[in-house]
Design a protein around this ligand. Structure first.
Ligand code: KIV
Length: 279
């Protein structure tokens, strides 16, 4: 299989083929996702919550993103790797946005960056795209704005809010974004926005009318229990299986049953005999 690019995203929008995206934050998981045929890996700043245990994404740094994204990039041979720009790495100025997007491409070897925000960040998106860096936008429930929103809430439910979301989607498209994530948006509105855009929409909690879907892998595999959003489907209960295996290992170690001879290295008995005789 060949490496997926933003041009493939455009072709899939055109042909109506759905785009699959899932998060990953390390080399081994990236390889598993890549082998499964998923189109794109998002190194989300959700890593602050699911990997680092913060209560939101605000404390995530550029160094965190670069550290995790470079591991993912080494594991992803085919999937397009999209890396989140963390809180305050682009909001401060257009210059910061371009510099930090550039660091992500150079140091973490991502294929694209993602940033949260609509028309108010159109200038930032345009400048990053002008520096030859593909940008995925992210509108709707944007977790970096959790304090401004007063919590993790569905967006776009009133006429005014729905109009603003449509306006934001068109603005990020006009600024050059190659795709836009719609998070926690009513399904009918997300479908309407998807039909209005020429770039693909990637939904999370935005219904089946989007051009693609993204999920956080710990949510879909039952590995993160602090909070499970309504839109998550659990595709496997890997968390329970991990707990079962850890408990079995604990028992085997404590009973002396592990390691058994098949897991041990051999030494010639004459060496041991000589060693003991020499002591
Ligand atoms: O950080 C993340 O994982 C995301 C997805 C929830 C879209 O932005």
């Amino acid at each position: 299989m060949k490496k997926i690019t933003t041009a493939d995203f455009a072709a899939m929008k055109e042909s109506g083929d759905k785009i699959s995206m899932v998060t990953a934050y390390d080399y081994s998981t990236a390889k598993l996702v890549d082998d499964s045929g998923i189109n794109s890996i998002l190194v989300g700043d959700s890593l602050g919550m699911v990997m680092l245990g913060y209560e939101d994404t605000l404390s995530v740094t550029m160094e965190d993103m670069i550290h995790h994204c470079s591991a993912v990039a080494r594991g992803a041979k085919n999937a397009l790797v999209v890396c989140d720009m963390p809180f305050m790495s682009y909001q401060t100025s257009v210059y910061d946005a371009v510099m930090n997007a550039g660091r992500i491409m150079k140091e973490a070897r991502a294929g694209a960056v993602k940033l949260e925000g609509g028309s108010e960040f159109a200038e930032h998106i345009r400048a990053i795209v002008n520096a030859s860096i593909p940008v995925c936008a992210h509108i709707g429930m944007t977790p970096q704005s959790v304090n401004a929103f007063g919590g993790f809430k569905v967006q776009g439910k009133t006429l005014e809010a729905a109009k603003k979301l449509l306006h934001d989607a068109l603005a990020v498209e006009a600024a050059g974004a190659f795709a836009v994530v719609l998070e926690c948006v009513p399904a009918a509105l997300a479908e309407y926005i998807s039909a209005a855009l020429t770039i693909p929409t990637i939904g999370i909690g935005a219904g089946a009318g989007c051009d693609g879907q993204v999920l956080v892998y710990q949510d879909m595999l039952g590995m993160y229990s602090d909070f499970t959003p309504k839109f998550v489907r659990r595709f496997a209960d890997v968390g329970s299986e991990m707990k079962r295996a850890f408990a079995e290992y604990d028992k085997a170690v404590k009973s002396g049953e592990f390691p058994s001879t098949e897991h041990c290295f051999k030494i010639d008995s004459s060496v041991m005999d000589e060693l003991m005789a020499s002591e």
